[in-house]
Each structure stands twice: as C-alpha cells, then as structure tokens.
Design a protein around this ligand. Structure first.
Ligand code: FAD
Length: 430
C-alpha cells in the first residue's frame, strides 16, 4: 500500500490500553498511528499493578516486547525467592478466622508501578507517534466530497487533528464514551452504586511490623467482614506497605461529598489481626479514594469510532483484572486492524463491530464480577459468608474465569467475524 493510502488511526489516551495498542499498530506499515495523551508526562502515584496470566497472554500476542518490558520493570513484592500468597480470611462472624481462598501462591510475585510500565512501553514507540499535553475536548465526524467519512478531534489547547479511525482509551471519565453514548445516556458517567470508599495508607514496612502481625507485611491478606474488608499489599521489595479498609455503603457528606473518617471502634467485633490493620490505617488516610465503575454500555463502537480499556468498561478494583481486560481489548483490536487494508467505511466499521461483538460480553462480565467480589467481601452476597465451602468454590471459579482465558482464541473469533463480513461484501482480504 502506498504511503498516501495508509489508514490514519488516532488513539486517544496513552495509558495501559492506549500504549499497548500503539506498540502493536505502529509496527504495521499499512497504518499511520498517532497517540494523543492528556498529561504532559507520566507521574508515579504510588499504586502497583499486578498483571495476571490473561494480561501476559494479551501482551505477548501484541508483541513479546511488551511482556518483556513488564518483567524488566516489575519489582517483586518481597524477596525474589520468597513464596507469597493472597489469603482471603473471614474476619467477622461465626466462621471468624476461617480461610476461604488462597490465591496466586508463587515465588517472586510482582507488581509494577503504572508510570514505570508506561515509560518502558513508550520506549517501544517511535517518538513522533505520540503527543503529550493533548487533552481531547470534543469529537466530530464529517463526510467529505468523495463521501469519505473523517473523524475530527479538537483538543483543549485549541489544536485539532483528523483521522480515518478514532480509538478512545481515555480512561474512566472518557470523552470518547460520552461522544459514542451521548452525554445523557445513563451508562455514560461512572457511578459508585454501592457507596465504596477505600481508606488507604502507605507505611514503611519496618514501622508496620511494629503495629500489625508481621506475617501481613510479607503475604497479602484480604480480611472480610460486613463493615469493610481489610487488605495489605507489600510493595517495592518489602520496603513499603500499602494497607487499606474498603467500606461498602459509606455515607458521603451532603456538604462536601467527603466520606466520614475511618472509625476503628466500628470494627470491635472483627478479628484482632484485622483490628490492628484498621487502627494503623486510621492514623493516616491521606491515600484514600472513592471507587466507581461503569454500567454496561450498549455498544463499544459506532462507525469509525470505538472505545476500549477503562473508557469502555471501568471496573471496581476487587477482581484485580481491569488492566488485564484493557490489554485483552488492545490485543483484539491489534489482531483485527492487521487485516484492515482500506480506509473504507465498510472495513473500518466492520473491524470495530467485530471487536465490539467479541469483547463486550466478556469485559462487562468482569465489571459485574468485580461488583460481586465487592459484595462477597462485604458479606452482602446473600448468605454466602455463612457457607465457607461455597465461598471457596466461588473464588476458584472466578480466578479461572479471568486468568485462564483463551485470549488467542478470542482474537481468532473476532478476525473470523470480520472476514465473514468482508466475504459477504464480496471483498478479498489478506
Ligand atoms: P488508564 O490507565 O486510566 O489511562 C487512560 C489515559 O487516558 C491516561 O493516561 C489519561 O491521562 C488519558 N486521558 C484521559 N482523558 C483524556 C483526554 N480527554 N484526552 C487525552 N487523554 C486522556 N488492574 C489489573 O489488571 N491489576 C491490578 O492489580 C490492578 N490494580 C488496581 C489498583 C487500583 C488502586 C486501581 C484504581 C485500579 C487497578 N487496576 C488493576 C485497574 C487498572 O489500573 C485499569 O483498569 C487500567 O489502568 C485501565 O487502563 P486504561 O488505559 O484503559 O486507562
């Protein structure tokens, strides 16, 4: 294909989803790809991401370089050869102290700081294919004289750009989502249906060891109960501990929208080890935040515009699979766009429709699953907390659903859908 006919793709948002896709697409000579990222530079906000097996598969399918960069930048939570496990334990009620799940037992379990990962992926993209400080403000589509549809992007700094195809990975408060669904659509804004407030603190590990059971500075506890679940995550090779209490049903102030202070007295009937962690968190809750997610969008794509990653399906953090879903999306779009060889409406729209058809059900199931995790953690999923064996079965099944997924098979299915459409139109594709 001549330089003139390269398909012009704009990716809005250079986060996990946008950059991963850009690594794949900038290596396809028939595509002319540009990423527009709102922030001037990536900033470390202290959070660590753990990428599960489905994320690793998705990265590898886009490019083994993505996966390698993750391993180069990830730090072990503890020592390299230290075995670590996430233990889910009932901290309240009749079965207090009972373990209901043991997840991810492995040596050298890793997390990566988002900013470190993005910097490493940025190095895999030609510098002239990304612009920082470009916050998308609005989108418009026009039809030119030769009936060719064009997507126009207007940025907050007054500049603009055009593309044959816009892929929006602009996060939970997505402009692309608002454009696709319409700002008044009930699923357009994110919502905090269950009133989740995450009280969180960061403590040097040495100091934490003096305040809580030292076991929870080298393993990951999730201690469950009806007024909040308690969690610790070792970071940076056991030098820092992130500790939190996630409360469902917080009552936010009508005046300033703030959640009430974390009150350790409310946890008097929790296990002693949970109470210790609550007391430690209550001393400094400056790293707290309010969680939200998306109700199901009826579609992820229309014509030449699609949304992916958190823009399409932001989830509560309790299933730990949001970034993995963003990477599954990117991997699917990468597989499809490899086969799009014309900037016609038919081809671009049908590739994006195939992405929507294959990815929407699974990614929305993960949004629902994360909500369900939240309810199970808060003893609000019926009487499941009265039946530890049922809880154990739930965690086992759910881990398999997210992590053991056949990402390659899903991408092949999407390409089949796209090819079938093309054949129906009488086109011959590569
Ligand atoms: P983001 O990473 O949010 O990136 C969106 C990008 O778009 C940003 O760079 C932003 O600056 C840019 N942008 C926004 N608006 C505009 C605009 N108008 N114009 C241009 N650019 C714009 N997931 C996991 O798989 N494992 C975990 O362990 C995990 N832990 C988590 C812990 C916490 C505390 C939280 C909150 C989430 C966690 N997640 C985890 C979820 C994960 O972080 C997200 O699902 C993931 O970052 C989504 O990637 P994204 O690229 O879609 O969105």
């Amino acid at each position: 294909m001549s330089e003139k006919k390269r398909i012009k793709i704009a990716i809005v948002g250079g986060g996990i989803a946008g950059l991963a896709l850009a690594v794949g697409l900038t290596r396809k000579p028939h595509l002319d790809v540009h990423v527009y990222e709102a922030v001037p530079a990536y900033k470390d906000v202290g959070a660590g991401l753990a990428l599960h097996l489905n994320a690793l598969k998705a990265m590898t399918l886009i490019s083994p370089d993505l996966r390698q960069a993750y391993f180069d930048k990830a730090l072990t939570m503890g020592d390299e050869d230290q075995e670590m496990v996430t233990e889910v334990i009932l901290a309240h009620g009749r079965f207090q102290g009972q373990r209901v799940a043991e997840l991810g037992r492995a040596k050298g379990r890793k997390t990566v700081a988002r900013a470190d990962l993005l910097d490493a992926w940025l190095a895999l993209i030609p510098a002239d294919r990304i612009s920082f400080g470009k916050r998308l403000a609005s989108i418009e589509e026009t039809v030119s004289g030769d009936k060719h549809r064009v997507v126009h992007l207007a940025f907050q700094d007054g500049t603009s750009a055009t593309a044959d195809c816009l892929l929006g990975a602009d996060g939970i408060h997505s402009v692309t989502r608002n454009y696709l669904l319409g700002p008044d659509h009930p699923a357009a804004p994110s919502k905090n249906h269950d009133g989740w407030q995450i009280y969180r603190t960061m403590v040097p590990t040495e100091e934490a060891r003096r305040q809580i059971n030292p076991k929870w500075t080298t393993n990951v506890p999730i201690l469950l109960g009806p007024r909040g679940h308690v969690n610790c995550i070792p970071l940076n090779k056991n030098t820092r501990l992130s500790a939190g209490v996630a409360v469902r049903g917080a009552v936010f102030s009508a005046v300033d929208g703030k959640a009430p202070p974390l009150d350790p007295a409310l946890y008097a009937d929790y296990s002693e080890e949970a109470r210790e962690i609550v007391r430690m968190v209550a001393k400094d809750t400056s790293a707290s935040w309010t969680a939200a997610d998306h109700d199901h969008a009826p579609f992820y794509a229309r014509g030449r515009v699609a949304m992916f990653g958190d823009a399409a399906h932001a989830a509560l953090p309790f299933a730990g699979n949001g970034a993995a879903q963003a990477l599954e999306d990117a991997s699917c779009l990468d597989a499809l766009l490899k086969h799009v060889d014309s900037d016609s409406d038919d081809q671009i729209a049908s590739a994006l429709a195939a992405y929507d058809r294959v990815r929407r059900p699974r990614s929305q199931a993960v949004v629902d699953l994360a909500r369900k995790f939240g309810r199970v953690y808060a003893y609000a999923e019926g009487d499941m907390h009265e039946d530890p064996a049922r809880m154990m079965a739930f965690f086992g099944e759910m881990a398999a659903f997210t992590n053991d997924f056949d990402v390659k098979g899903q991408n092949e299915e999407a390409v089949d859908v796209f090819m079938f459409d093309a054949v129906s139109r009488g086109e011959k594709l590569n």
